[in-house]
Design a protein around this ligand. Sequence first.
Ligand SMILES: Cc1ncc(COP(=O)(O)O)c(C=O)c1O
Length: 369
Amino acid sequence: MATIAPAPQVYEWEPSNDTIADRYGLDPRTVMRFDLNTPAEANPIAAEVLAAPIWPSLSEYPDADYARIADAAAAYNGVDPTEILVGAGADEVLDTIAKAFLPTGGRAIVPIPTYAMYAVHTSQRGATLDAVLRRPAAEGFGTDVDQVIARLPGANVVWLCSPNNPTGTADTREDLLRTLDAAADLGPDGPMVVVDEAYFEFAPASLIPVRDRYPGLIVVRTVSKAFALAGIRVGYAVAQRPTIARLESYRPPNSITSLSATIAAAAITRADETHARVRATITERERVAAALAAVGLPALPSITNFLLIPVGEVAAAEDLTEALLRSGIVPRTFGAAHPLAGHIRVTVRGQVQDDRLLEAVTAWKANRA
Ligand SMILES: Cc1ncc(COP(=O)(O)O)c(C=O)c1O
């Protein structure tokens, strides 16, 4: 009988609305996802596209080159479409990068805590994860660049995330450029440096303008967060042409539906509408942060659409989580072994849902007083 190799590290999927509703005796339609960094309201462009006659017909495969998304993303970022790789969400783009650049037995450097999928992709490739602890909250959770630079020789990939999920903070441009320069100094043997800018629109500082200087730089973006389109699964990478050409050879065919492609292209082309919603989200984030501080549960400073809240002991964070879940509010939690144990992370969802969150947090605080 064939032997099955040990499973790679797995992503811990969040329980679905139905599972949570079952567990807490709720109507699934009332469950509010504060754990996924997505706004409550979908981008209205999706409804517009769905109401129009569908072209090309759904009996056909999607256009294999996703040219309409690539053209829209290229115009949005001031690059050439040949510098864009499109994928089914940033997650598929990250997977494609790992397949193209992270060989079995290779090594990937990652500042932690960060987005969990970098560790998953590294493990799935049979590569080693070289984790470097970030600086403390008081120093904005910045990447320990000296540590990262010391480990660059022999590494294949560096996974950077700026602004970083789940800390809500960004690396300084100086730190990012130091890392890129040190990787470039290693020449063709240097690692690829991936900078995940999934939250770019909330704090628009990008490395895309310096891509010409760094053949190893890959910037990753998504329409899941600011564009409010997580359900359509579209993301993209921006890099120099030879890098995109290599990624293209690892890209799966037709993983983005024609509907997703049409909606994504329209939303990226009309990005100014998204930028207006982002400004409202930032105002709302500051309102929620002030209200949390007023009830004695201040969040850490954030430049994104989510807030990281130090609750205290692990047991207190678990107790708050349980109280929120009973109200149909799903926060992001961190297990006892995680560097952010004792914290919860909540998304800024929009005034109606955020008020429900604030009510539930206030009631929990009052009960514990
Ligand atoms: C930093 C980061 N990168 C990528 C993703 C995945 O994005 P997508 O929905 O485009 O796959 C997320 C989602 O939470 C994220 O936080």
